[in-house]
Every structure is written in C-alpha cells, then in structure tokens.
Design a protein around this ligand. Sequence first.
Ligand SMILES: Nc1ncnc2c1ncn2[C@@H]1O[C@H](COP(=O)(O)OP(=O)(O)OP(=O)(O)O)[C@@H](O)[C@H]1O
Ligand SMILES: [Mg+2]
Length: 454
Amino acid sequence: MNNKLFDRFPDPTPTFDCIRPLVEDWLKHYQKSITNLLCQPDDWLIINRDLNGRVRLLLPERFQDNEHSPICYGLAAGLMQKLGRRGYPPKAAILFESSRDQALRGAVSYKIDYKPFPKVWLADRLASESNWTCIAPESAGVPRIVFYSIKGGVGRSTALAATAWHMAQAGKRVLVLDLDLESPGLLSALLKTDRQPQYGITDWLVEDLVDNGAAVFKSMVATSDLALDGEIYVVPAHGAIHGEYIAKLGRVWMPKVQADGTREIWSARLERLLKQLESSVEPDVILIDSRSGIDEVASACITDIGANLILLFALDGSQTWNGYRLLFEQWQHAQVAEQIRERLKIVAAMVPELERVSYLEGLRENAYSIFLDTLYDEIAPAPAISTETPEGWSFDEADEGAPHYPLTVHWNRGFASLRSLHGRLAGIDTLEVQSIFGSLIDGASAIVGPKEAL
Ligand SMILES: Nc1ncnc2c1ncn2[C@@H]1O[C@H](COP(=O)(O)OP(=O)(O)OP(=O)(O)O)[C@@H](O)[C@H]1O
Ligand SMILES: [Mg+2]
C-alpha cells in the first residue's frame, strides 16, 4: 500500500480506546512491583484520565520520600512510554495527593476490574456533568416512570400520552413532565392551546439559579381536559409564551453555587423540583418524557432522578441495538449494572401490522443477546443432578418478566402522521387504546400499585 499520503504525520500515538487495555497490560507486567509498593492497608493507586484524555498516576504523599519515589517514577515511566502523547513526560507523570478521596474528587471513578489489584482505580475527568454511571437509588415516594429511547421518533411521547390517558380514565392522578427540553412536544398532545400554563420546566430551572423558582412554580402546571375520572397534570418544557427559549435552554444545565460555595448539579436541582411537584400535586404516578439519545438530560432522567421503571423504546434495527449496547457496556464497565438493571424494560415500539409474531421474536432475540452480554450475570451450567437453583441474576429468553422481554406498542394507522394527538385522544375509547398500547399500559401500571385496578 502507498503510505506516502501519511508520511507527513508524526508517529502514531495510541487512540483513546487503547488507554484501558494499555493500562491493564502495564498493571499485569508490573504486578509484583506494584503489589509490593502498595503494601500498607490504606495505600492506593489512581490512573487519572484527564479532560484531554491524557493519563498520569495519582499516589499517596507518603511515596514522595527518597525510598519510594524512584520506584514510583520508574513504574510510571514504563506506562508513559506505552502511552506516547496520551501520557506525560516522566517527571510530570505522577501527582501526589493527601488522600484517595481528595484525588478522586470531581472524577468518575471505576475500580479496575482485575483481581490482583484491589487498590487500583481509574479516574475519568469529563467535560460534561453527566456520566451515566452515578445511579441514584429508586425513589421511595410516588412511582416515577421514564419513557426513553436511544433513537428519536419511535412513538415515545405518543405512548406516554396514551398511558397517561388510560391511567386517568381509571381514576389516577397522573403527573406528566416533558423533559425533552430540546425538542418539546408532549404539551400539544395533552393540552389544548387555551389550557397551556404560562411557564414550564425550563423557566423554573433558570429562575432557580437566582432563587426565584417560586415566581414560576404555581404557573407551570396545567390540567388536561382529556382526563375523565382522574386528573392529568402536565408540566411542559416551556410555557404558553416560550420567550427567549434558546437563551434559557443554554442555562438549564448550570449547577447552582450557594453562598457557602457548595455546588448543586442541575440534575439535583431537577430532583428538588420533582419533590416540590410531588408534594403540591400529590399524584399517584409520575410519567417522564425523556430526551432520546445519550445526552445530559437523558442521563439525568435515567440515572439521576431515582426512576422506578425505565421504559426503553426500541425498533428492531442495528441503530437501536448498537446504541443500547454502548450504554449497557458503560454500566457494565463501571460496575453499576446491579444498581439499575432491575428497573429496565424494553418496549417494542410501533410493532408492524404484518408478520407481527416473527418481528417480535427477532426483536426479543436481539434484546436478549445484549442483556446477556452486558447486564445479566453469567451463570455456570448446573450439574446434571442438582436441586439447587444457580446463583446470579439472569433470565431465559422466553421469560416474560425479564427486562429484555418486550412490552409492545402496535403501529396504528390512526396514530401515524397525526395532525393533532389531542384530537385523536379526545375521540378514542378504552378498547382502542388497549388494543394498541395495552401491553405497555399493563407493564407501567404494575408498579403504580393495587389501589384500584387500572
Ligand atoms: N403507535 C403508533 N403507530 C403509528 N404511528 C405512530 C404511533 N405512535 C406515534 N406515531 C407517529 O410517529 C411519529 C413520532 O411519534 P412521537 O412524537 O410520539 O415519537 P417520539 O419518540 O416521542 O419522537 P421524538 O424523539 O421526536 O420526541 C408521529 O408522527 C406519531 O403520530
Ligand atoms: Mg417525543
């Protein structure tokens, strides 16, 4: 091959994805020396990956003395040599820190998943606040159900509106939040223009930065005229007059810094808003329309607000599965899968009218293979004669209760290319909603509790 084209480029340096494997090779190669160095119970070693994706070592201050520092710099040199421009010059390759907590502050940290190194961490510094790996525990209050999809346009908001409609018909008080702030739409589905509230979530998040949330709080919730017996309370992304929406949107993600210097990240502010809404509206269930894809808002909806059920909308195609795979792998690598996997449930979106059964089988197979590779535990086959159930969290492909086993939403001509979802829902009946969204509604209702049958 003619490589002349590339002659003017300098020697290749490892790409970002080579860092972890190179670090693991280095750890294995120097296993004995590193184990000897980290001999005290409180010792630690952090592989720090900075904002530019360059690596250096963080070590306890006690290693700065004449006895240890040559060993440390010798080890670091071995790693820096492998990393090229992804590392630092030998003299700058180590930072000594007073404590491990101090060294990990502001970083996403993972334990290195390699048994001989119980004292080694990888610390990742990201430019964004969200990292998808800090998983808030499930909310103990009103059930929160998040409607999410890795790809947009799969009927997520429509399905949420239909679920809210059905739950309200059954007498529930349903609180609906449009957190698809960058592409708001749910508002038009559930509210007629004359019922829109003055403000929305974006206004509250911006006002809260200057402690002025109360000025908009009372005027950011509206009730939908679609509910007959119960209520649907809608909190839109923006109000009837959207104002300088883009200027506000650019400030939504801001952390709030208090007078004493404490920092509250934006998803913690969102959680505070949810709590306030919970206590003023007193809903039976909260339905949240999340942003699709892997951005900050989606991360907040899925990992930060204690969702009890996370509905993962999926079309059966490689774009969907590649997207879910990379998300699940992130949880697997960060060793947080256990904290979130029981709350996940796949939803087969817009299931086609033709060859429905074989389509669903294919989708289920693809979903199963990803869950098996990433989030389910590997279970060793049980001995031929054994009464014990194998340990671990995993499922058969055909287990309907498993996260990979899809709830379904059917493609329906009457919902395709709608001019007004509000108009469509105003004229619909329970049987029709059941026939299109029934499986999803039953799955979502199961976590709302047995107060009344839904
Ligand atoms: N079950 C369905 N059958 C047929 N068409 C549907 C169905 N659900 C939604 N649609 C149509 O698909 C389009 C996208 O729906 P919707 O806005 O609900 O998707 P979404 O996933 O929320 O999209 P976005 O990512 O843009 O927010 C709309 O034109 C809608 O009318
Ligand atoms: Mg939508």
